[in-house]
Design a binder for this molecule. Structure first.
Ligand code: ARG
Length: 475
C-alpha cells in the first residue's frame, strides 16, 4: 500500500512506478531531507501541534534512519518513489504509527524545495572553497614568475610581451568573479520554503521562522506559491557554474597548447598526465582536455533546466523533478575539476627560457619602437608606417629589431638613437607598461598583493558559512 494509496482502487502500473520514481537519484538528498525533518518536527512540538513525547520519538527515529542510510543498511525502494517517502516509510518501520505524524503541515512540494536549497548551499560553500584554492595556486605561480616574460597573443599571433605572472593573474581575476557570483547567490538560495505546504500554506499554526532559524536560513520565502515553484536558484547556480567551467576550459586550452612541442612553454607534472597505449613517448594533458570537454555537459544542464521550467504554470509540477540530476552532475563535475586543477597548476613546471626565447625571436617589441618615435615627436601614424618598413626589412634579412645596427636604424628614421637598444629589450618593453592593470613588474606585484588581501577576506566568509551549512554535522 502506497503512502498516498487511499483513493486508489488498483496498484500502479509497474512501468509508471519505474518512470516516475526519483529515488535512484534523489537519495543523494537523504541527509538534507532528514536535517529538514528534524527541524520541522521540533517546530511541530514547539507549536503544540504534536505532543512533545511524540516529537522526541520521531527525532530519535530519524537519527536511527539517518545512520542506517549513511551506513548503507537502509533499503530504499522504488515502490516508495522518492527520498521523502522512503525516509517516512523507514521511520514508521522504526518507531511505528507515530512516525506518521512527521508529515503534519508539510507537503513533499515544500519538502523537496527545502532539500534542494540545503544541498545547494552546502555545495556552493564547498565550491567557493575549491575556487579559492585554485586562485591560490595561480597566485603562487604568479609570484614565482614575476621575471618570466612570454609573448602575449591576440588572434593567437604574438602581439606584445607580458609577464607570465600577469597572465596567471588574469585567471585569478576571472575566478574571483566566479567565486563572488557564487557568494552572491547564497543569499537567494538560503531562504526556507518550508511551511508553504503543497502550495497555499497550511491550516496548522506552524512557525516558519522557527524552522528557518533552526536550519540557519537567512529568512523564509515569502509567498507560498513561489516557495514551491521557484527553481531560479538552481538556474542561477547552473549559470554561475557554466561561467566557472568556461574559464577553466579556456585555461585548459592554454595548458594544452603550452605543453605541446610547438610551444613547449610548460610541462605538467607526471602525476597529472596520462600516457598512450600505443605510442610510448606520449604524455597527454588529459585532465585539462577532459575539463574542456566536460564544459559541454555543464552548459547542457543549464539549458535543460531553463527549458524544463519554461511554460510551467505555478506551482509545483512533476516536470520539476528534472531539477536534480543536472544540478548534482554540475556540482560533482565542478568539484572534480577544481580539486584537480589547483594541484595541477601548483605543480606545473614553467619553461622560463623557452618563453623568453619566443619573445626574443619575435617582433613583439615593434609597438615600442613606434612609441619611441612618438616620444621623439613623430606623429603616431607616421611612426607606425616607419616601423612597418623596419619589420619588413628585418623579415627579408632574417633579423629581429635588436639585431639591427645604428646605421640600419637610421636609414629608416634619423630620430632613432643609441638608447633604442635599451628601450627594445623585452624587460624594458614589459616594464614600460607601467599603468594600473598593466604588465610592468611593479603593477603586477600590486595586483597580486590586492588579490591576496581580498582572498583572505574571502576565507572569513568561508569559515562562517561552513558552520552555517553544516547544521546536521554539528548537531
Ligand atoms: N520527487 C518529487 C520531486 O523530486 C518530490 C515532490 C513530489 N511532489 C508531488 N506531489 N508528487 O520533485
Amino acid at each position: 500500500m502506497k503512502l498516498w494509496g487511499g483513493r486508489f482502487t488498483k496498484p500502479t502500473n509497474e512501468l509508471v512506478d519505474e518512470y516516475t520514481a526519483s529515488i535512484s537519484f534523489d537519495q543523494k538528498l537523504a541527509q538534507y531531507d532528514i536535517q529538514g525533518s528534524l527541524a520541522h518536527v521540533e517546530m511541530l512540538a514547539k507549536c503544540a501541534i504534536i505532543p512533545e513525547a511524540d516529537a522526541e520519538t520521531i527525532k530519535h527515529g530519524l537519527e536511527v534512519v539517518a545512520q542506517k542510510i549513511e551506513a548503507g543498511e537502509a533499503e530504499l525502494t522504488q515502490a516508495n518513489e522518492d527520498i521523502h517517502m522512503n525516509v517516512e516509510k523507514l521511520l514508521i518501520d522504526e518507531i511505528g504509527a507515530v512516525g506518521g505524524k512527521l508529515h503534519t503541515g508539510r507537503s513533499r512540494n515544500d519538502q523537496i524545495a527545502l532539500d534542494m536549497r540545503l544541498y545547494l548551499r552546502d555545495a556552493v560553500v564547498s565550491l567557493v572553497e575549491l575556487v579559492s584554492k585554485l586562485q591560490e595556486a595561480l597566485q603562487q605561480q604568479a609570484k614565482q614568475n614575476l621575471d618570466t616574460i612570454l609573448p602575449g597573443y591576440t588572434h593567437l599571433q604574438r602581439a606584445q610581451p607580458v609577464l607570465f605572472a600577469h597572465h596567471m593573474m588574469a585567471y585569478v581575476s576571472m575566478f574571483e568573479r566566479d567565486a563572488d557570483r557564487l557568494i552572491d547567490s547564497f543569499k537567494r538560495i538560503n531562504r526556507s520554503p518550508l511551511g508553504a505546504g503543497a502550495l497555499a500554506g497550511t491550516t496548522f499554526p506552524i512557525d516558519r521562522h522557527y524552522v528557518a532559524e533552526k536550519l540557519n536560513f537567512d529568512g523564509v520565502v515569502e509567498n507560498s506559491l513561489d516557495a514551491v515553484s521557484d527553481r531560479d536558484f538552481v538556474v542561477e547556480f547552473l549559470s554561475n557554474a557554466s561561467l566557472l567551467i568556461m574559464h577553466m576550459s579556456r585555461l585548459s586550452e592554454e595548458l594544452v597548447q603550452w605543453s605541446s612541442a610547438e610551444f613547449n612553454f610548460i610541462e605538467l607534472d607526471d602525476a597529472f598526465c596520462t600516457g598512450s597505449s600505443m605510442m610510448p613517448q606520449k604524455k597527454n594533458p588529459d585532465v585539462a582536455e577532459l575539463v574542456r570537454g566536460k564544459t559541454g555537459r555543464v552548459y547542457g544542464n543549464l539549458t535543460a533546466m531553463l527549458t524544463t521550467l519554461k511554460g510551467l504554470p505555478i506551482a509545483y509540477n512533476k516536470d520539476m523533478q528534472e531539477d536534480k540530476e543536472g544540478m548534482f552532475d554540475t556540482v560533482e563535475t565542478l568539484k572534480g575539476a577544481l580539486a584537480l586543477f589547483a594541484p595541477m597548476i601548483e605543480s606545473m613546471h614553467v619553461h622560463k627560457e623557452n618563453m623568453y626565447q619566443a619573445v626574443a625571436e619575435d617582433f613583439s617589441n615593434a609597438t615600442d619602437l613606434a612609441d619611441y618615435l612618438v616620444n621623439k615627436d613623430v606623429p603616431f601614424r607616421e611612426a607606425h608606417a616607419v616601423v612597418g618598413q623596419v619589420v619588413l626589412h628585418c623579415i627579408e634579412e632574417n633579423q629581429y629589431l635588436l639585431d639591427l645596427t645604428m646605421e640600419e636604424f637610421q636609414q629608416f628614421s634619423t630620430s632613432i638613437e643609441e638608447d633604442i637598444y635599451d628601450v627594445l629589450s623585452p624587460k624594458a618593453v614589459v616594464n614600460a607598461r607601467d599603468v594600473v592593470g598593466g604588465t610592468a613588474e611593479n603593477r603586477v606585484e600590486e595586483q597580486i598583493h590586492q588579490a591576496e588581501s581580498r582572498l583572505s577576506e574571502r576565507h572569513h566568509w568561508i569559515q562562517t558559512h561552513v558552520d552555517k551549512v553544516n547544521v546536521l554535522k554539528k548537531n
